[in-house]
Design a protein. Structure first.
Length: 499
């Protein structure tokens, strides 16, 4: 059928969309490069053609119309759609956003690095969570449908279905399809569900890191064999995606929680004769203990010794009990005292993110923003317990501006830079203590890519400053760091905001 599609190059669909070049396809559909009017000019687009049998033409158009109403930064946009005939063949078509490259074109050359796999997984989880909330199922998560458009990773949208919709009739099934959707000798109606997307995501994740799909054991009704060389947290995530029973699989939200480090490593199933012994991730415990230390630091020597001893007797067992509960319930890591966020001083686990292990974890930054009493970037933890800001209490002339004494630029993979079209801009606000060290940082404008935003945020936390002075004394300050990232270089513009 692909030869039939290719011979239509040069034809015009509905007198509006030229079939410039055949991009690929199979018997059910063909994909071409085309152009569409946008404003006063023409822009590149892709057009998909499907033979329109009487029983499925209107159904397919209805699906595309529903998908076109969705809007998400990681979902390819659908534009025009309709019916027409080409060489006497009735067809339906949809015009969509054109992507430059898909993941299936990269994997034959090399597997993704952990940095890249994490960025891919984050973006895909984000869009799947959106689709599932809207009542849709993707149904076709695989490397061919995970694409790069400009400097963003995007997922295809032309195959979306409503959750609970019955699968189409007998047809081709590939390794990414969930086992409950297998088309047996006796056809049994199967409904599409979010659990099927999770299975497909697990297969895709393993392939992106190893260039090979997991070994499936369909005749034994067992879960696939996973390579034990997969780094964490990817091994743990894949093992919970690729469970044969749909109800046992993790949800998209649970996968995101594990990826962000907010849940301990769970027991990994034995996939080979050699058992794998998991190690509990230390991060939730580290995040639990730091706010308590910060609380003790700012409480101050107010109570007399006897009261301190009495308080320790009364409160001590609760703290010990809270620490033990952090091992049992992942959500306990989020239950923190309503106190300011501590400076990022604990090195993250090297297996939880791709940047150097000496850098603070972005996952901790995300967690700190979810404390019961959030502290804006413009407010310093030290000042919220004081009657007046430091600058207001000091007198003796206007403040002397601070200076940057050490700046760090993000370490970025060249393969990630190569996806940039133009300039990626990320703005980070940092709070600096009286010694010139960054106390905390938060994304003020993350830009279009989570990967670049994470790298900029981690780099910002390593900056050093000469603090501004009021009446000869160093004071707290806040700065905005504007990162501008292109294919060839990274520049940063620091702006002192306070004082």
């Amino acid at each position: 059928m692909s030869d039939t599609w290719k011979q239509w190059e040069g034809q015009i669909v509905n007198g509006e969309f030229p079939l410039l070049r055949f991009l690929g396809g199979s018997e059910p559909c063909g994909l071409f490069l085309t152009e569409r009017h946008e404003g006063e000019g023409l822009v590149k687009a892709a057009i998909k053609l499907i033979p329109a049998a009487p029983e499925n033409g209107e159904l397919q158009l209805s699906r595309w119309q529903k998908a076109a109403e969705l809007s998400h930064p990681h979902l390819l946009s659908l534009y025009e759609m309709g019916r027409f005939e080409l060489s006497g063949v009735p067809l339906v078509y949809v015009v969509m956003e054109c992507a430059e490259e898909n993941l299936a074109q990269v994997l034959p050359e090399r597997p993704l690095a952990p940095d890249e796999a994490r960025a891919m997984l984050e973006s895909t989880l984000d869009v799947l969570a959106y689709l599932h909330r809207k009542g849709f199922v993707h149904g076709h998560i695989k490397p061919h449908n995970i694409m790069a458009s400009g400097d963003q990773l995007k997922v295809s949208s032309d195959g979306l279905r409503c959750a609970g919709e019955l699968l189409d009739g007998p047809g081709f099934q590939d390794a990414y399809d969930a086992p409950e959707n297998a088309r047996g000798i006796i056809p049994i109606p199967q409904m599409m569900s979010p659990a099927g997307d999770v299975w497909s995501l697990g297969m895709t994740l393993v392939e992106t890191l190893t260039q090979n799909l997991p070994v499936t054991r369909t005749t034994e009704q067992q879960d696939p064999l996973l390579p034990q060389t997969l780094p964490e947290p990817f091994l743990d995530i894949a093992s919970h995606c690729l469970l044969r029973h749909p109800q046992a699989r993790w949800t998209v939200e649970q996968i995101a929680t594990r990826l962000e480090g907010r849940a301990p490593v769970s027991k990994v199933r034995i996939m080979s004769p050699r058992a794998h012994t998991p190690v509990l991730a230390p991060q939730p415990i580290a995040r639990q203990s730091r706010p308590l230390a910060k609380y003790r630091r700012y409480k101050g020597p107010i109570a007399v010794g006897l009261v301190v001893v009495l308080a320790a007797i009364l409160v001590g067992p609760r703290l010990l009990r809270r620490q033990s509960e952090a091992h049992q319930v992942p959500a306990a890591a989020d239950e923190r005292p309503p106190v300011p966020t501590a400076p990022r001083e604990v090195a993250p686990s090297p297996q939880e993110h791709p940047i150097k292990s000496s850098r603070p974890s972005v996952d901790e930054e995300v967690q700190s923003s979810k404390a019961p009493v959030p502290v804006p970037a413009s407010i310093h933890p030290e000042t919220i317990h004081e009657e007046e800001p430091t600058v207001a209490r000091l007198s003796g002339g206007s403040p002397v501006h601070g200076e940057v004494v050490h700046q760090v630029t993000p370490e970025l993979l060249q393969s990630a830079r190569d996806t940039i079209r133009g300039t990626v801009k990320v703005r980070v606000k940092v709070n600096v203590d009286r010694s010139g060290n960054v106390e905390d940082a938060e994304l003020e404008s993350p830009g279009p890519s989570k990967y670049f935003a994470r790298a900029a945020l981690q780099a910002a936390q390593l900056w050093k400053f000469k603090p501004p002075k009021v009446a000869g004394q160093g004071v707290l300050s806040s700065w905005t760091l504007q990162f501008e990232i292109t294919r060839d270089e990274t520049t940063v513009s620091p702006i002192q905001e306070i004082p």
